[in-house]
Design a protein. Structure first.
Length: 748
């Protein structure tokens, strides 16, 4: 006959659960202060009594009744905040797991609690946490509870005058006071300093007036020294505030505070083609961008909820030349905010979620801005994007308990990596990108202005002009000063520098082509690896059949191996063939020959994927002076993108035509793939940016390099060409691009 046996909990197991969740002293203090906030307190005081080596932790919140202590405080995992998490004053409570009380155990062995709510007398409750190690079962452990007739503030034994004033002012009605003894750490001045630093970042500045925190170190401490002030940022180059609605709508406000044109503003606006809107932004008006989650990250995420934040950009240091070039405001007293504020912090219902943005922690750069910044261009660069570094940007991101899909990890050290949390990070990075584009937009214009006015450029033109005159007539007459520049020698220097620049440009072209090879090789690495494996397996089968003298079977396996070898050859033709030495030389070439050969190679590769390439070439297509591999690179990057877009499509057609133009050639390319994502359709030129990609794997993780279209843009720019993507705005499906390359004249 079977019988039912009840589960039990070992007392030490319960204690371990608490310690797993509150592993550090720092974390324990923060948990207890959070509990004070959840109790609707407007003041929380920590007081270390040096004589008895005891810590008092006090709040003037709602306090607890005997019923609350029994049913919630002493019932592990049964938190009253689990369902009723909005307080009478409207605060959203931060706790819910019902194990935060073990933070007291982390601080010291013995704890006495004095608490008062609406009842007349104060409740005294005490526990010895070491009982959790002595007793076998959790139900064997008891705490002492009694009613005492005294004012709540009288439970604190202190001679500190400032502290006594606060106690009498705030602790005459309701509240809770913990007295913790037998401390686990020595509470010296350094430890208390660290506790203060942690508490200064616990709450954002906006709620300082609603919830004050004090830390008194002994009886001699004063209220001014004890008051915890939230770290704030009062000076910045850029401020980016944002609000993300549950519906997916996003409002971004960008405040430019970096530039100071003084009395030159009107002149600069006019001469550098800034807009009238820019004038307002330079004068302090915020720039507003209304967008959506789908526009920014190219997919919609369900059940993320509302969140908002404020980010601040500070340069930290700048050179005198850059200050003059970009009209930067003086920042003599500028602090390095990253040193004391940290990075981008995450707050839930006005309380810090650690360790995001925490200085000297692995989660300081939790958005991986450092990795993103690798290879970043200067803000003056006319093609490549500038990216902010982790040390240059600080701020806060505010989420709430209502964001149910952004739950805390069990150990209170971060957020569970849900799809919503991954999306939140992508959205923040996309918002940062909006600021980066704005700053680089200004930087590019000011850099061009500086280049036009730079004396060195004027001198170079002057020397070149003098050299040209010197070739036509003799200037060696008595009217010339002996110290005049020898124009011929100067021209030699200029020519030498021009040659160096040209070599670097050619090297850059070659690197772009190698990047294309890498992109294609990486995209089809699975197919090539599988082909190599199949060749190995087939050859082993051939060997076995030959040993068994089964010639007929061996020939079948040889035939299969040969087909796989041809498959590999096709891939090698598409990739390695493009970097042959004869293609690395600028020359006049017959475009039709290059295009036909390249498309033929691609058709061989794609035929087994049921992808068809339809080409149209003008009969007498213009010849063009070019690097042959760059034309192939344009074709390969376009086809590579199309193949990715065909993933779930039945109709897989690529149409490409090369037509003559009056001053060059026009390439028209389209495919029947899924087309651009909605965010890109609204602004198709975005796809031309470096590292701009929305190619994802089945887990929703970005896997594309974001280099293909950027490479095409750079090639087209080098040929003074144009790219038109506007047709994509109205396409329901498929992709279209028109590229114009200008023909260089003989001698160019």
């Amino acid at each position: 006959m079977s019988k039912k046996i009840a589960f039990n909990v070992n007392a030490y197991t319960a204690k371990l659960i608490g310690r797993e969740n509150v592993s550090s002293l720092d974390g324990a203090i923060l948990e207890l202060v959070k509990n004070a906030y959840d109790a609707d307190a407007d003041i929380c005081i920590l007081y270390y009594e040096k004589n008895n080596k005891a810590l008092y932790l006090m709040d003037n919140g709602t306090g607890m009744s005997e019923e609350t202590i029994k049913n919630h405080w002493m019932t592990i995992g049964n938190s009253s905040k689990h369902t009723s998490y909005i307080t009478k004053s409207g605060r959203i409570q931060t706790g819910a797991k019902g194990i935060g009380r073990f933070a007291l155990d982390r601080v010291g062995d013995n704890c006495t609690m004095y608490t008062k709510n609406s009842e007349k007398n104060v409740i005294e409750w005490s526990v010895d946490w070491s009982d959790f190690e002595r007793y076998q079962n959790l139900t064997d452990i008891t705490a002492n509870l009694s009613y005492i007739n005294l004012e709540l503030y009288n439970s604190v034994n202190t001679t500190n005058k400032d502290l006594n004033k606060l106690l009498k002012k705030y602790f005459s009605k309701t509240g809770t006071i913990f007295k913790i003894c037998n401390m686990r750490e020595e509470w010296n001045d350094d430890l208390i300093k660290n506790i203060k630093n942690s508490l200064s970042s616990l709450i954002p500045p906006e709620i300082e007036n609603q919830f004050k925190i004090y830390v008194f170190n002994g009886d001699e401490d004063n209220i001014k020294n004890a008051e915890i002030c939230s770290q704030n940022i009062d000076k910045y180059d850029y401020k980016i505030s944002f609000d993300v609605a549950k519906s997916g709508k996003i409002k971004i406000n960008i405040h430019r505070n970096e530039f100071d044109f003084k009395d030159q503003l009107d002149k600069i606006i006019r001469e550098e083609n800034f807009t009238e809107e820019d004038r307002k932004y330079f004068l302090g008006q915020e720039k507003t961008i209304n967008t959506s989650i789908e526009d920014l990250i190219n997919y919609q995420i369900e059940d993320l909820g509302n969140f908002n934040g404020i980010l601040y950009f500070n340069k930290i240091t700048t050179s005198k030349d850059d200050a003059a070039k970009y009209f930067y405001k003086e920042n003599i007293e500028r602090k390095n905010y990253a040193d004391f504020f940290g990075g981008i912090r995450l707050y839930r219902d006005n309380f810090r979620v650690r360790p995001y943005g925490e200085k000297d922690s692995s989660s300081y750069d939790w958005l991986l801005l450092g990795k993103r910044n690798s290879g970043s261009a200067a803000i003056s660069h006319q093609k490549n994007p500038w990216r902010v570094t982790p040390a240059q940007i600080t701020g806060v991101v505010n989420i709430s308990r209502i964001n149910v899909n952004l739950p805390d990890q069990a150990n209170r050290q971060g957020i569970v990596e849900t799809p919503q949390f991954k999306a939140l990070k992508e959205i923040i990075i996309a918002i940062i990108s909006q600021f980066e584009q704005d700053r680089q937009y200004v930087g590019r214009k000011l850099s061009l202005k500086y280049d036009k006015e730079n004396p060195a450029i004027k001198f170079a033109e002057e020397i070149k002009e003098k050299s040209s005159i010197d070739n036509k007539k003799n200037l060696n007459n008595s009217t010339l000063d002996n110290n005049k520049i020898d124009a011929k020698k100067a021209q030699i220097v200029i020519d030498s520098k021009n040659e160096e620049i040209q070599n670097l440009e050619n090297e850059n072209r070659m690197l772009r082509n190698l990047a294309t090879v890498g992109i294609i090789s990486n995209q089809y690495i699975h197919e090539t690896r599988q082909a190599v494996n199949d060749i190995g397996v087939n050859l082993m089968c051939v060997l076995d059949d030959l040993n068994d003298k089964d010639i007929e079977s061996a020939l079948i396996y040889l035939d299969i191996a040969q087909k796989n070898i041809k498959k590999l050859d096709s891939w090698f033709d598409v990739t390695i063939n493009s970097i042959r030495r004869d293609k690395r030389k600028m020359q006049y070439v017959k475009i039709s020959s290059i295009v036909s050969a390249q498309l033929e190679l691609w058709q061989k590769v794609l035929s087994k994927q049921n992808i068809t390439i339809n080409k149209t070439l003008d009969e007498n297509l213009n010849s063009i002076k070019c690097f042959p591999y760059e034309i192939e690179s344009i074709i390969s990057n376009l086809i590579s993108n199309s193949v990715a877009a065909f993933a779930d499509e039945k109709d897989k057609n690529i149409n490409i035509s090369f037509k003559n133009a009056s001053d060059g050639i026009i390439i028209q390319y389209s495919d029947t793939g899924k087309g651009l994502e909605l965010g890109y359709k609204k602004n198709p030129e975005r796809i031309l940016g470096a590292l701009e990609t929305n190619r994802r794997n089945s887990l929703g993780e970005i896997i594309g390099t974001g280099l293909g279209m950027w490479i095409i843009k750079n090639i087209v720019d080098d040929y003074n060409g144009e790219i038109n993507l506007q047709k994509n705005k109205n396409l329901k499906k498929g992709f279209y691009i028109e590229i114009k390359l200008k023909t260089l004249k003989k001698g160019e």
